[in-house]
Design a protein around this ligand. Structure first.
Ligand SMILES: CC(C)(COP(=O)(O)OP(=O)(O)OC[C@H]1O[C@@H](n2cnc3c(N)ncnc32)[C@H](O)[C@@H]1OP(=O)(O)O)[C@@H](O)C(=O)NCCC(=O)NCCS
Length: 168
């Protein structure tokens, strides 16, 4: 049964063979994720096909702050003129190569958006931010309604308000 769990730092989840085609994302889950979790830099969620423990896909979430100047005018106009606005960073999202094209990327993205929305009711956040690694991943996020920041073409955002409509 496929399920999404918080990364278990006691090595319950096997990520030594994880390979998504982006070396930085492979190294992250293999070597860095546990440290970030321990230091509360990011939360890490993994997709496994239980009872197997191999990580098939993962994503990370963190608190973030954005500069109002990068937002499109219509969205920025609704915001107070604070120099920085609270946001949620979907820092990484990756699916193992052997599992790509099966809908797991979408499943994880929607799960991350739902968690971000739920959390924003306790700790406010105006948008979910993603940092794409290449043009392909930009188009993946654009497909789900993310917009590019002005002057930062690889960084995209989805207003928290727009998430409410679809999955709350
Ligand atoms: C991008 C990635 C997360 C997509 O995951 P996936 O499980 O293959 O995607 P899904 O099967 O859930 O596809 C969902 C939809 O997105 C589309 N899609 C998938 N990969 C895409 C890509 N690279 N570019 C544009 N659209 C893409 C699919 O066609 C599908 O749309 P459809 O339902 O209209 O056909 C995955 O390919 C990956 O891990 N790539 C390497 C790491 C990476 O680039 N991560 C993102 C930046 S951090």
């Amino acid at each position: 049964m496929v399920k999404i769990d918080p990364l278990d730092d006691s090595r319950k989840h096997n990520r030594s063979n994880f390979c998504c085609g982006q070396e930085s994302l492979d190294n992250y889950i293999r070597k860095q994720a546990s440290q970030d979790l321990k230091k509360r830099v990011s939360t890490v969620f993994v997709l496994v096909d239980a009872p197997e423990s191999n990580v098939l896909a993962y994503y990370t979430l963190s608190s973030y702050a954005i500069d109002i100047k990068g937002l499109d005018e219509a969205f920025a106009k609704q915001m107070p003129l604070y120099p920085l606005l609270p946001a949620t960073l979907l820092g990484r999202l990756a699916v193992d190569k052997s599992q790509q094209g099966k809908g797991f990327g979408e499943l994880l993205l929607l799960d991350a958006l739902k968690k971000s929305l739920d959390t924003s009711k306790q700790v406010a956040s105006v948008a979910v931010i993603v940092e794409a690694l290449d043009d392909k991943s930009v188009s993946f996020y654009v497909k789900y309604g993310f917009q590019r920041f002005e002057n930062e073409p690889m960084k995209l955002y989805l207003p928290m308000k727009s998430i409410k409509v679809g999955i709350e």
